[in-house]
Design a protein around this ligand. Structure first.
Ligand code: ZN
Length: 172
């Protein structure tokens, strides 16, 4: 077994408690009352601005940071909103606002889309992440650090807080 890492660096599995607010102070997401978040540092599991702010931190450290859109979910692109014909989707598909799905483009590239509206003929989708254009206000406490195992490094994400969780695990 490798020693427990002292500081957050690439290939360290990090567990954090966090609260995310928008610029208006509204809580968008929080691990409070829920499981803390476990991610693999240096593998783009979290937005770049937060990842950079956590580099070099230790267990027990707290970080308060405002992440601009460019280092968060990107600026909002107005051209990202499209109307697709309703019959693009299979009849049994769960088509309602807020649902995310992955579409395959003609060149084989996969992109994430969010449904923002539905009418009789069209499904309106947005290629922008719902938090695109937002400055993200994070308050984070570093809960735990451990070295990633070989499997996790191959996959580019952690397998649970202790590295043993291979169960509810899907691959893209
Ligand atoms: Zn995996």
């Amino acid at each position: 077994m490798s020693a427990t890492p002292e500081i957050i660096a690439d290939d360290v599995v990090v567990t954090i408690d966090y609260t995310l607010r928008n610029s208006g102070g509204q809580v968008l997401d929080s691990s409070s009352g829920d499981e803390p978040l476990t991610y693999l540092h240096g593998h783009q599991n979290i937005v770049p601005g937060l990842e950079a702010a956590l580099t070099g931190k230790r267990k027990g450290d707290t970080v308060k940071i405002a992440v601009p859109p460019e280092e968060g979910y990107g600026p909002r692109d107005p051209a990202g909103v499209r109307a697709l014909s309703r019959d693009t989707f299979p009849p049994e598909a769960d088509v309602r606002p807020g649902v995310q799905f992955v579409a395959e483009l003609e060149d084989g590239e996969h992109i994430a889309l969010w449904i923002v509206g539905v009418d009789d003929e069209h499904v309106h989708v947005d290629m922008n992440h719902p938090l695109a254009g937002e400055t993200l206000h994070f308050e984070v406490e570093v809960v735990e650090l451990r070295q990633a195992n070989a499997n996790e490094l191959t996959h580019g994400h952690p397998h649970g807080r202790d590295g043993s969780d291979d169960h509810h695990h899907h691959h893209h």
